[in-house]
Structures are given as structure tokens and as C-alpha cells.
Write a protein that binds this ligand. Structure first.
Ligand SMILES: *[C@@H]1O[C@H](CO)[C@@H](O)[C@H](O)[C@H]1NC(C)=O
Ligand SMILES: *[C@@H]1O[C@H](CO)[C@@H](O)[C@H](O)[C@H]1NC(C)=O
Ligand SMILES: *[C@@H]1O[C@H](CO)[C@@H](O)[C@H](O)[C@H]1NC(C)=O
Ligand SMILES: *[C@@H]1O[C@H](CO)[C@@H](O)[C@H](O)[C@H]1NC(C)=O
Ligand SMILES: *[C@@H]1O[C@H](CO)[C@@H](O)[C@H](O)[C@H]1NC(C)=O
Length: 952
């Protein structure tokens, strides 16, 4: 019967068959398989020819895939082992896709030519596979900010070309492996200039063998781990060292005196350890600009004289370091010093700041010492903190005795815009344009300066970012930065916004360019702040326009859609088909996930179905799995026929929708429908499992959702009680599904029948949108679509659409607004002749608690004082049901607003729920043409609303 399906598709489904692959077929199949493990793939990832059809982020050379650069596009799922079957791959960058997780496949170790492996800010977990050690040409390995655990494989010591090694911010434990003549170790990484291991659970000592004269290392960053033992005295063998961060570990013993032969070191962080012995003597370290020795157990000592001899020192942090005695006044007189942080020590005597103090000096913190008096001989006017000293004891109200409040916002990019108000969710650029900025946080792990008030540094960051993006030809209006602050790991965090130019939103190609500039360390800052990484917020780009990253490889494109060629191509297709069928060892990846792929170069857009994941069932199979369509398995019905619950042989529960004879469609229409159904994939849309076109039957097989419809739960019928947080989740899930249809499906799709009967709940009460019986793809004209028939369900129907017959996405937004009101009130939109929208508008009083809607609110929702964000939720619902579509928000704006309401309610909207990860497998989902009937397609409750309006 598999045969039957194939032939059916060959002759009925494919009106045009084309052969024109630009991609070596094994690699195309491997990439298809990788894509098969993902949801939210870029819109351009269609067809079967990644090189020929310009898949976003894919670059090819001679029909081989050489780079996959796809940061920040929102793909979710796992990375399939077939990634290892791209033997010519040089660059792999999937950064900033936090929903991309699972373990890293060992097969990456087969990518022998790989130069860059950049997976920063994803969700990968498990051990780093030792097979990565095979990558002899790897220069950049950036796995920071994932969830890797386990120990570091010694085999990574074989990465003989490695330059940049960053595993910051994971949960990696164990020791730093060292070679022993049999096993490799990190001491063999002679070319590695950057060891960035901060923020893990690494332990053991910092191995002395790591430092030897063969090395050219610049950065050894080991902060925020559990290292113990002493600081190795071998470090002086590596005179190239420029930055050491050993802070926030459990290091003991004295600092080796040889340290001061490292005369290139600019940043030295040894704070928050258990170091003992004398304060280290740093005389001669003339490059030092930032020194932090705070919070150790050094012997009591006077302020050492050598601080004032270091010509570049801007920052001296010596908090709680047993420093005692009189403060030498020359400490403040050498020129670059900006910050002297000496609080919680035993300094005494009189503090004198005389006329020769450094003009750069901004902050002198001497809180909680034993200083008896202060003499300001030099009219020092910047911050001085003496609270907790005898000099402040007599209730002195001198400025310097006040415990300071943190200045949290030393800088924000200024603008001179006069009373420009942006639509909600848009932001104002420094050049006074409203748009959707790409936002994120820059983390700088090394500082050479500490005066956070000096705007020169931020202007420098702005300028570098702008130049970088302009060089990359990103359409950027401006960049803005906000709220710099130092976090608990002593990283400088800066919020960043990048504003688009000439449009309100970036497209996906722009986002990839921006994000890869950050992930690939293209940003060059002038050295005040260094060693950054960037973590963006999710961004929903506009559709289309991926030109900025399109492959230029057009050499071998053979496009053919001319009618006369078609017949010939069908024959060629058939020949290939027969050859394929006879081939004893068909390509596994191809057969499984793209049974029709080899005829599908997608050059004809639209005429070739995408059938990935949809299984072809025989009538017998479905008959068996529904127990001969037994009455006990009957779970819903409508004008089109009936829905049955069934169990497949592998145990999967499904809902089988069986068309009645009189509502059956022709083969072509059935194909069109399946094609639409399989084109959209999202975890908040009900999945299509497969179909049956056999023995004169037409059936669609969907995933089964055990908890029925939202209507069932709201009405109390299902016995499920939905508290406020669950309702927020359901609203968010449904909004995300709908936003996907509007913005990420290609072509965009208007659902046309959003209502509580079409929102289904899974095991964990997460929602999926179902019933695409009325849905319409919005090809070409995005402005609106004149429909001959206004369809939808009374109560949810957009009045503007009703009157103008002009269909846009905003009609769904209206229905969604009604749904939100229903979520709050549990009332049907029209109940006893009362229309919920009118009821709420009449009752609302924004000055009262719960906006005065207490009477209307569903009593099972929880206590009114637990409804955090309720008012904003109501405001959002009412915006959605604005009379004019233009005044309604878009679904992506709705998603953002619900997300921020959830944060008010203490929920992390990006937390991965069990149900979400359960549906990460990329099975397909549903969408239905109009041929069955206009009745609800998947109405599990069986209650078909009779109040539907079909105006002809
Ligand atoms: C610090 O080291 C320098 C040079 O190595 C030496 O001249 C000086 O006396 C030392 N200072 C202290 C306080 O030990
Ligand atoms: C300051 O502290 C030092 C060391 O603890 C001590 O020797 C000295 O007498 C103190 N001076 C004053 C004025 O208290
Ligand atoms: C800010 O920093 C720059 C560069 O280091 C320096 O030239 C300038 O004098 C500083 N400005 C102030 C107000 O401290
Ligand atoms: C990333 O950086 C490497 C090395 O610096 C460079 O060769 C490569 O072209 C960069 N890739 C992108 C996409 O910028
Ligand atoms: C990929 O191709 C585009 C367009 O030709 C080019 O601008 C980009 O630099 C290439 N990227 C890499 C990593 O080679």
C-alpha cells in the first residue's frame, strides 16, 4: 500500500516534476534530515535543493554545503546526527536558538574541515562529545551559555588548530585534563590564545602543566568555578598573557612571587578566593589597568607603595583585604586612577587628599575603616565614601558620610525627539523613528576602566556596533544602549537595541547578519571593555526579504517550469522513481523524511507538495486502529463526517477525521489540502500525523489531545479547573500558534475560525490551535483579500470583515480578543442574547478593582488578589476587538504583551514545559481547504455551534 501512495502522488499530486539539484544529493538529504529535527525553520527552507534555492544561512561551494550560519532565527528541536554527513562544512553557527537543545551529536566529529563551531546561547545539554577532538582544523569552539554538563573530554586536547575555546556559562564539572603520555590534555593546545571557562562547576587545581613555554595564550578566564589549590607558579612561562580571571573560586596559598614577571597583563582578577600570605607585590606589571584582590585572607599589611607606580592602573579593588595603617596620599595622585575601592579594611589616621590628586579619580570608597578625620586640601569633588569610620561617627551630615544609593542608570543613548509616541511594542530610535528593535544584552567579561559615568566608553560601543553593522550592509537606522551595570560575576552588562532603517522590522536575513556579527566576534571595541558575548531576546522578523544572506551560487541552476518541458520531466521523474524503488539501499534519511524529495527542487513554488512527516495510511490500518470505527471511539462530528479516537500500532493516540461520502473532495483538492496541512509546523498547532486515500475514503489523521477543547474546560464539562496562570498559558500558546500562521507560515495563513472550540488542550493543559477548515493562505496581496463568502462563527466574527468582505490577519485578532474575554469570563461570546464584547465594554470602570468586572469574571479562576496582570489582559482583549482592524495589535504584539503579563504573574513565558518539549519532534500539522463543509472540522466535543454565519 506504500506503493499505492507513491503512485498516487506521482500521477495525481505532481502536476509538474522538475529535476535540477544544485546540491550533492547526500548532503541535501543530510540537511533535510537535520531540518526534520527542527521547528520554526526559516521560510526559505523549502524544497530539496539547499544550494540551488537559496536557503537562508546556507552557503555552498561547488554544490557542497560549506556553511550553515543561522543564529537567532528561533529554530527549536534537536540537532540530528546527520549533521555529520556534510563533509565539506567549514562554518557551523546556530547561536541564539535557545529552543535548540538535546545532546550534541558525536557525528560532528566527522566534520573534518570544520573551522568554526559556534553554538552560543542554545539549549544543548549532556557531555561535550569527545569526538570533537577529531576536528583538526577547528579554530573557534564557542559553546558558551548552554546547559552542557559532565566533564571536559581530554580528547579536546587534540584540537591542534584551536584559537578560541569558550565554554563559559555551562554546568561542566571535573578537572582540566592534562596529557599523560597516553591520554591527551589541554596542555597540548599550543595555539589556543583564549581559554574561557568561567561560570561552570570545574574543580581541582589549576594544573601547573597548563602553562609552559610553548604557549601563546592571551586569556585564561576561570572565574566562578570551584577550583582549589594554589595559583601555579608556572604562569611566568607564558609571558604573552594579557588577562587572568581566577576570581570567585576556592584558591588557597600565597600568590606566587613570579607573577610580576608577566608584564603584559592588563586585567588581574584574584578576588573572592581563600588566598593567604602577603599581598602580592605587583611592581613592574606596567600594563596592569584593572586589579581586583578583594575578599581574600592575605596577611595584614600597609597600603603597598607599588600601586602608585603602575602607569596604567585605573582600578584598584582591595576590599576586605586586611589593609591597615595610614593611607599614603600619593595613592590618589598618579594620573590614570579612577577607582580606589578599599572598604572593610583597617585603615586609620587622617585621610588627606591634596591638590595633586588625579583628575581621573571618580570614586574613593573607604567605608568601614578606622579613619578618624578627613582633610580635603585639594577640593576633591567626586565620590568619596567614609560611612562607617570614626570621621563620620558624630552624626556628621557631610556628603561623604552618607551611605550611597546605587546609580543604576549611568547612561542611556540620548535622543532629541520631541513628543513622538510610538505604537505599543515599538520603540523610539535615537533618530526618532518608531520600529521594532532587535534587542539583547552585551556581557563584557574584562574591563580596563571602572568609571561607569564616563559616556565616552558607551559612545565608543555605539560607534563600533554601528560601524560593524553598516560594514555588513545591514539596513540599520541606529543603535541604542541602556542601563550599564556590573553584575554579580563582575561582568559589565549593557542592554542593546538595534533599530531597522526604512522599515518597521528587520527580516530574517537581517537578523542572521546582526546575530552572526556578534556570535562571530566581529564587533571590535576599542579596549575599554573587552571579551564580550551577546545574548539577544527572541525576535519575530517580517516575512520574505532574505536577500541579504542569499547564496550567490547560481552557477548550476536549471529551472524549468515551461509547460512543454513538463511532460518530458514527468517521464524523467518516473524513470528516477523506478530506479529509486529498485535501489536495494535507498538513502535512509531521504526516504524517511522526504519520500518525495528527490523530485522537489521547489523551483515552481506551490506546485510541489511538502509532505514531510505525513504518513500514508491504508484504509485497513485506520479501520483496525479505531476498532472498526466503533461508536465508543467516536469523539466528534460535523457536517464533513465524524472524528474517531484511535491507537496506532506503535501506541500513538490519534484522532481520525473521516469524510462522509457527500462531502468528499476530488483527488486534486485533497492533495491541496494535505499540502497546506504539512506546510506549517508549530508546537501550538495540532499536528497532522497522516492521511488515507484508499478504497474511496478520504481521512486525515491528527495527533490526539486528551484534554478536549478549551470550551469544555471553561464550561466545566471536562472537570478541569483552569486557574489564572493556566489561562495565561493557554492564551499565550494559542497566540503563539496564531502568530506563527500569520508571520512565519509561507504563505501566511488566516485561520478564520478562532474560537474556544478550536483550541485543544494537551496533557499538560498547553493549548494547540486546531481546525483549519476555513483557513486561507494569503498569497501575494498582504493588504487584504476580498472573499466571496464571509465565513466564521457568530460571536467571534470580525464586524469589519463582515461588512467589507476584506479578509486580513486582523480578523483573527478580533476573534482572538473575543476568546480572551471568554477566557476571563468563561461565558460564550453570545449567551442569552448578550454579546460579551458589549457587556465588558459597558461594565468596565478602570478606576475600580478588576476594572469593575468582578461580576463578569469566572468564579473558578481564583481569588481576585491572585490575578496579577488582569487589567492589562483586559486592555489587551479590548484592543484586539477594536472596531477598525488597523487599530488592533498584530498577533506577534499580542504574544509579547501576554508574555510580559505572565512575567507580572511570576511566570517565565519561555520556560520549556514538558508538553512543549514532547512535541518538538517535527511532525506536521493541519490545515484544511474548504471542501468538506463549513462546519467545525475537529470539534471534539461534538457540539457543533448552530449559530454559524455563512453569507453568500
Ligand atoms: C616589590 O618588588 C620590587 C621589584 O621586584 C622590589 O624592588 C620591591 O622592594 C618589592 N616591594 C616589596 C614591598 O616587597
Ligand atoms: C594605625 O594602625 C596601625 C597598625 O594597626 C597602628 O600601628 C597605628 O598605631 C594606628 N595609628 C593610629 C593613629 O591609630
Ligand atoms: C572619559 O574617558 C576618556 C577616555 O579615557 C578620557 O579622555 C576623558 O577625559 C574621560 N572623561 C571624563 C569626564 O572623565
Ligand atoms: C567569522 O569569522 C571568521 C574568522 O574570523 C571569518 O573567516 C568568517 O568569514 C566569519 N564569518 C562570518 C559569517 O562573518
Ligand atoms: C555566504 O554567501 C554570502 C553571499 O554570497 C556572503 O556574503 C557571505 O559572506 C558568505 N558567508 C560565508 C560564511 O562564507
Amino acid at each position: 500500500m506504500m506503493q499505492k501512495c507513491w503512485i498516487f502522488f506521482l500521477f495525481i499530486v505532481f502536476p509538474v516534476v522538475i529535476v535540477a539539484a544544485d546540491t550533492v544529493s547526500d548532503e541535501a538529504a543530510a540537511l533535510q534530515s537535520v531540518a526534520g529535527g527542527w521547528q520554526n525553520k526559516p521560510g526559505s527552507w523549502n524544497g530539496f535543493d539547499p544550494c540551488g534555492s537559496a536557503w537562508l544561512g546556507i552557503n555552498c561551494t561547488n554544490s557542497h554545503i560549506t556553511s550553515i550560519i543561522l543564529p537567532s532565527v528561533g529554530v527549536t528541536g534537536t540537532l540530528a546526527g546527520d549533521i555529520g554527513n556534510l563533509p565539506e562544512l567549514l562554518f557551523l553557527d546556530l547561536s541564539y536558538n535557545p529552543g535548540l537543545g538535546g545532546s550534541l551529536p558525536a557525528s560532528i566529529g566527522k566534520l573534518y574541515k570544520l573551522k568554526n563551531l559556534i553554538l552560543l546561547g542554545c539549549g544543548f545539554s549532556g557531555q561535550i562529545p569527545p569526538e570533537l577532538g577529531n576536528l583538526q582544523r577547528l579554530t573557534i569552539l564557542a559553546l558558551n551559555d548552554n546547559k552542557f554538563s559532565g566533564s571536559m573530554p581530554p580528547a579536546l586536547g587534540n584540537l591542534s588548530s584551536l584559537y578560541w575555546f569558550d565554554i563559559t556559562g555551562n554546568q561542566i564539572s571535573g578537572t582540566i585534563p592534562i596529557s599523560d603520555g597516553i591520554n591527551p590534555g589541554f596542555d597540548m593546545l599550543r595555539r589556543t590564545k583564549h581559554f574561557h571557562f568561567g561560570g561552570n562547576n570545574l574543580s581541582g587545581n589549576i594544573p601547573p602543566q597548563l602553562f609552559h613555554s610553548g604557549m601563546v595564550t592571551l586569556h585564561v578566564i576561570l572565574n566562578n568555578n570551584n577550583f582549589n589549590g594554589s595559583i601555579p607558579s608556572t604562569m611566568n612561562l607564558v609571558p604573552t598573557l594579557e588577562a587572568l580571571r581566577f576570581d570567585r573560586n576556592k584558591l588557597t596559598g600565597p600568590v606566587p612571587p613570579t607573577l610580576n614577571s608577566l608584564t603584559s597583563i592588563k586585567e588581574l582578577y584574584l578576588s573572592n578566593n581563600l588566598l593567604t600570605g602577603p599581598l602580592p607585590n605587583l611592581t613592574g606589571m606596567n600594563a596592569l589597568s584593572y586589579v581586583d584582590l578583594s575578599n581574600n585572607s592575605f596577611d595584614a599589611s600597609d597600603v603597598p607603595p607599588w600601586f602608585s607606580t603602575l602607569p596604567s592602573l585605573t582600578t584598584l579593588l582591595l576590599e576586605k583585604s586586611h589593609v591597615q595603617g595610614q593611607i599614603p596620599s600619593q595613592l590618589f595622585s598618579f594620573s590614570p586612577l579612577q577607582t580606589a575601592q578599599l572598604k572593610n579594611n583597617l585603615l586609620n589616621g587622617t585621610l588627606e587628599i591634596d591638590a595633586g590628586y588625579s583628575t581621573q579619580l571618580q570614586l574613593v570608597d573607604l567605608q568601614n575603616n578606622d579613619i578618624a578625620d578627613f582633610r580635603n586640601n585639594g577640593n576633591y569633588n567626586n565620590v568619596l565614601l567614609l560611612a562607617g569610620n570614626p570621621a563620620c561617627n558624630q552624626g556628621s551630615n557631610e556628603k561623604y558620610c552618607v551611605v550611597p544609593k546605587q546609580n543604576n542608570h549611568p547612561y542611556s543613548t540620548p535622543n532629541s525627539c520631541v513628543s513622538v509616541a510610538c505604537p505599543s511594542e515599538q520603540a523610539l530610535s535615537p533618530n526618532c523613528f518608531c520600529s521594532y528593535p532587535y534587542e539583547g544584552t552585551l556581557y563584557f567579561r574584562l574591563l580596563t576602566v571602572s568609571n561607569l559615568q564616563n559616556i565616552t566608553y558607551y559612545q565608543d560601543v555605539e560607534k563600533s556596533m554601528l560601524t560593524m553593522l553598516q560594514n555588513k550592509k545591514v539596513p540599520v537606522d541606529s543603535v541604542a544602549i541602556h542601563d550599564p551595570f556590573i553584575d554579580a560575576s563582575n561582568y559589565l552588562e549593557i542592554s542593546v537595541e538595534v533599530f531597522p532603517s526604512g522599515k518597521a522590522k528587520f527580516d530574517q536575513g537581517d537578523i542572521v547578519m546582526i546575530a552572526s556579527s556578534f556570535s562571530n566576534q566581529t564587533l571590535k571595541t576599542s579596549g575599554y571593555f573587552a571579551l564580550y558575548y551577546f545574548i539577544p531576546k527572541p525576535y519575530i522578523p517580517i516575512l520574505g526579504g532574505e536577500s541579504s544572506s542569499k547564496s550567490s551560487n547560481t552557477a548550476a541552476i536549471v529551472g524549468a517550469s515551461v509547460g512543454g518541458v513538463v511532460a518530458l520531466l514527468v517521464v524523467i521523474g518516473l524513470v528516477i522513481f523506478v530506479v529509486m524503488r529498485r535501489n536495494k539501499k535507498p538513502k535512509k534519511t531521504m526516504e524517511q523524511s522526504y519520500p518525495f524529495g528527490s523530485w522537489d527542487p521547489s523551483k515552481t513554488s506551490g506546485s510541489v507538495p511538502q509532505l514531510k512527516g505525513a504518513r500514508c495510511f491504508s484504509f485497513e490500518e485506520l479501520k483496525k486502529c479505531t476498532d472498526n470505527f466503533s461508536e465508543s471511539n467516536h469523539i466528534g462530528s460535523g457536517g464533513y463526517g465524524k472524528v474517531y479516537k484511535g491507537t496506532l500500532t506503535d501506541g500513538q493516540m490519534v484522532a481520525v477525521k473521516r469524510a462522509q461520502e457527500d462531502s468528499m473532495q476530488g483527488g486534486h483538492e485533497f492533495k491541496t489540502e494535505i499540502e497546506l496541512l504539512t506546510r506549517v509546523h508549530h508546537r501550538n498547532l495540532v499536528n497532522l500525523v497522516g492521511f488515507c486515500f484508499d478504497q474511496g475514503e478520504q481521512m486525515l489523521v491528527y495527533e490526539y489531545l486528551p484534554n478536549g477543547t478549551l470550551r469544555d474546560s471553561l464550561s466545566g464539562m471536562s472537570g478541569i479547573r483552569l486557574d489564572w496562570k493556566k489561562r495565561l498559558w493557554i492564551a499565550l500558546d494559542a497566540a503563539r500558534g496564531l502568530s506563527y500562521l500569520h508571520f512565519l507560515a509561507d504563505p501566511p495563513i488566516v485561520h478564520r475560525d478562532i474560537k474556544s472550540n478550536n483550541i485543544l488542550l494537551d496533557n499538560h493543559l498547553h493549548a494547540k490551535v486546531a481546525d483549519f477548515g476555513l483557513s486561507k493562505p494569503m498569497t501575494n496581496d498582504r493588504k487584504g483579500h476580498v472573499t466571496t463568502q464571509v465565513k466564521g462563527t457568530m460571536g467571534y466574527l470580525d464586524p469589519e470583515y463582515y461588512m467589507t468582505q476584506q479578509l486580513t490577519e486582523k480578523s483573527d485578532v478580533y476573534s482572538f480578543g473575543v476568546l480572551l474575554l471568554e477566557v476571563i469570563t468563561a461565558r460564550k461570546p453570545i449567551e442569552r442574547n448578550k454579546y460579551i464584547v458589549r457587556e465588558v465594554k459597558a461594565a468596565i470602570d478602570r478606576k475600580k478593582e478588576l476594572y469593575g468586572l468582578g461580576q463578569l469574571v469566572d468564579s473558578t479562576i481564583g481569588l481576585s488578589n491572585t490575578l496579577a496582570g488582569f487589567n492589562r489582559f483586559v486592555d489587551l482583549a479590548l484592543m484586539c476587538v477594536e472596531e477598525s482592524g488597523a487599530n488592533r495589535p498584530t498577533m506577534s504584539e499580542v504574544v509579547k504583551e501576554i508574555e510580559s503579563i505572565m512575567q507580572l504573574a511570576g511566570i517565565n513565558p519561555n520556560a520549556e514545559s514538558a508538553s512543549a518539549s514532547a512535541s518538538y519532534d517535527d511532525s506536521s500539522f493541519t490545515l484544511r481547504g474548504q471542501l468538506y463543509s463549513n462546519e467545525a472540522l475537529m470539534n471534539y466535543s461534538g457540539a457543533i455551534p448552530s449559530s454559524r454565519s455563512d453569507i453568500n
